[in-house]
Every structure is written in C-alpha cells, then in structure tokens.
Design a protein around this ligand. Sequence first.
Ligand code: HEC
Ligand code: HEC
Ligand code: HEC
Ligand code: HEC
Ligand code: HEC
Length: 193
Amino acid sequence: MIMKKVIVTCLLFVMTCFVAGCDPINRHVVLSTIFDGVPSMPPPEQICTEYAEKRVEETRQEMALEKSARDAVTKQASQHLPYLEKNCSDCHDKTKKGGLVAPRNELCFVCHTDFVKGAYVHGPVAVGDCYACHLPHNSAFPSLLKTEAGAVCATCHREKRAASSLHDKAAAKQLGCLDCHDPHFSNAPFFLR
Ligand code: HEC
Ligand code: HEC
Ligand code: HEC
Ligand code: HEC
Ligand code: HEC
C-alpha cells in the first residue's frame, strides 16, 4: 500500500516535471501547488544569480546617470587663465609672508585693477574677500564660483528679507538673485542692475 503511494508520487513528479519544463522557477511553482513538502525556495545559487544580474543592470543604469550629471557639470567648469597657463609665480611667492605675491585680500586686485566701479559696493568685495564666492585656480562651476551661481548668495544671506513680499514674488517667478542684483557693485543702492 505504502509502496504503491510512493510509485504514484514518483510518476506524478516525473510527469509534472515534463509538463512544467526545465525552467526552475516554473517547475517550483507547479511542484509546490501539487505536492506538500516541496522546499519553499528555489535553490540559493539561482536566487543569487538572478539578484546579481539585477544588481549589475541597476548599477549600470546608476553609473550612466552619474556620468551624464558629471558631464553636464564639466561643460560649465571654469579655469583661471593664469592657472591654466601655469603662471603660478604670478600669485605665489614662497619668500613672502603668506606665500602669495600680495596679502590675501589684495591679491585679486593686483590684476583685476580698477575692479570696483560703482558707488555701492558689496561688503565682501569691499574688503577683498573674493574667496567668499570664488576659487583662485579652477572650479566645476562657471566664473570660478565655489558653488552653483544660483546658490552663492544663500551661503550668507539666510536672514529674512526686509523687502520680503517683493522677494517672495521674485522667487515664485523663478527669478534668481543675479537677475536683479550685481554680485559686486553698482551705482544703484542694493547693487541693483
Ligand atoms: C590667481 C592667483 C593664483 C595662481 C595663478 C595660482 N594660485 Fe595657487 N593659490 C592661490 C591662492 C589665493 C591660494 C590660497 C587659497 C586660500 O587660501 O583659500 C592658492 C593655494 C594653492 C595651494 C595650496 C593648496 C590649495 O589648493 O589650496 C597650492 C598647492 C597651489 N595654490 C598651487 C598652485 C600652482 C601649482 C599653480 C600654478 C599651476 C597655482 N597655484 C597658481 C592663487 C593662485
Ligand atoms: C596674475 C593676474 C591675476 C590675478 C592675481 C587674479 N586674476 Fe582673475 N583673471 C586674470 C585673467 C588674465 C583672467 C582672464 C581674462 C579676463 O577675464 O579678464 C581672469 C579672470 C577671472 C575671472 C573670470 C573667470 C571666468 O571664467 O569668467 C574671475 C572670476 C577671476 N579672474 C577672479 C579672480 C580672483 C577671485 C582672484 C584672486 C584670488 C583673481 N582673479 C586674481 C588674471 C588674474
Ligand atoms: C558675493 C559673491 C561674490 C564675491 C564676494 C565676489 N564675486 Fe566675483 N562673481 C560673483 C558671481 C556670482 C559672478 C558671476 C556673475 C554672473 O554670472 O553674472 C562673478 C563674476 C566675476 C568675474 C567675471 C565676470 C565679471 O563680472 O567681470 C570676475 C572677474 C570676478 N567675479 C572677480 C571678482 C573679484 C576680483 C572679487 C573680489 C574683489 C569678487 N569677484 C568677489 C560673485 C562674487
Ligand atoms: C560672504 C558672505 C556674503 C555673500 C556670499 C553674499 N553677501 Fe550680500 N552682503 C554680505 C555682507 C557682509 C553685507 C553687508 C551687510 C550690511 O551692511 O547690512 C551684504 C549686503 C548685501 C546687500 C545690501 C544690503 C543692505 O541692506 O544694504 C545686498 C542687496 C546683498 N548683500 C545681496 C547679495 C547677493 C545678491 C548675493 C549673491 C550674489 C550676496 N549678497 C552674497 C555678505 C554676503
Ligand atoms: C525681482 C528682482 C529681485 C530679485 C530676484 C532679488 N532681489 Fe533682492 N532686492 C530687490 C530690490 C528691488 C531690493 C530693494 C528693496 C527696497 O527698496 O527695500 C532688494 C533688496 C535686497 C536686500 C536688502 C534689503 C532686504 O530686503 O533684505 C538683500 C540683502 C537682497 N535684496 C538680497 C537678495 C537675494 C539674496 C536674492 C536671491 C535670493 C534677491 N535679493 C533676489 C530686487 C530683487
């Protein structure tokens, strides 16, 4: 009696395998619906292979996205001409205090002479702190900026605007600070353009 049951089960098993074909997942689904006690998971190698293939594909897609983002940034990158031309000694002088040809807050004016041309001068520009917004060698952003142009002002101006309704409206219209303000100086108050 028990022997007969075993034989029937084996026959059924072979038949089901035949019907379900060789695909291991398909076979597992069929077997586990018909029989009790079929191991509930496909073999681990199979899970691992599928998972690995999926991860490889996902990683490939992530890398492609990162690359296009990097390319977009590099297209806008900037280089300072004297650095690009390797005229390092135009700015660097080991014999001087601070290692630069002029004190740090005067260095930029050595070449950018007569830079300030306006009655109203922005605080950091007036004191020669060009470094608050610019890098001296090169940058991933245009105009040697330390950050994206749209983010430069917010590195300092986080205080609430006195003219807040005007600024809220401007922000709602997607206007950037540089659309209205010059970052350096102007003949109009608030360095308006
Ligand atoms: C336009 C002026 C200028 C030129 C040209 C220039 N540098 Fe600099 N460099 C600076 C300033 C300013 C600093 C200091 C930055 C600071 O203190 O924030 C600096 C800093 C450095 C430093 C310190 C580490 C760092 O990156 O902050 C090294 C190293 C250096 N420069 C190498 C060079 C070399 C090599 C060249 C030529 C290929 C060069 N510089 C050309 C202005 C210049
Ligand atoms: C040795 C001379 C020299 C010194 C010193 C110098 N610059 Fe320049 N800078 C130049 C030249 C040359 C150019 C390219 C011509 C131009 O745009 O006037 C330039 C261009 C720039 C630009 C425009 C870059 C662009 O891609 O549009 C910025 C921003 C700038 N300099 C900032 C600075 C800052 C900040 C300092 C001080 C750390 C500085 N420069 C010191 C010579 C100098
Ligand atoms: C508050 C931030 C800030 C400070 C401080 C600052 N800059 Fe700029 N600078 C900018 C921005 C933003 C631009 C890009 C302007 C644009 O795209 O309209 C720029 C552009 C420039 C340029 C190229 C275009 C132009 O306007 O001539 C030069 C040169 C320059 N800066 C030099 C300097 C020098 C020299 C100093 C220091 C005396 C300085 N900057 C200080 C924000 C600043
Ligand atoms: C390094 C810090 C710093 C950055 C970055 C900076 N500012 Fe300023 N800003 C100042 C300081 C300091 C003052 C002078 C504060 C004062 O006198 O009330 C000032 C004053 C101003 C004023 C005049 C305020 C007044 O009441 O007269 C305006 C307008 C202004 N900034 C606009 C900008 C814009 C636009 C940007 C971006 C291009 C910017 N700032 C980026 C530091 C910064
Ligand atoms: C639509 C043009 C416009 C835009 C965009 C704009 N501003 Fe202004 N901003 C003005 C005007 C106009 C004033 C003068 C307001 C007044 O007369 O009281 C001003 C004043 C200021 C002042 C001094 C008074 C105050 O309200 O605090 C600061 C600082 C300032 N702006 C910073 C910024 C910054 C930072 C941004 C970018 C986030 C920005 N502005 C964007 C037009 C603009």
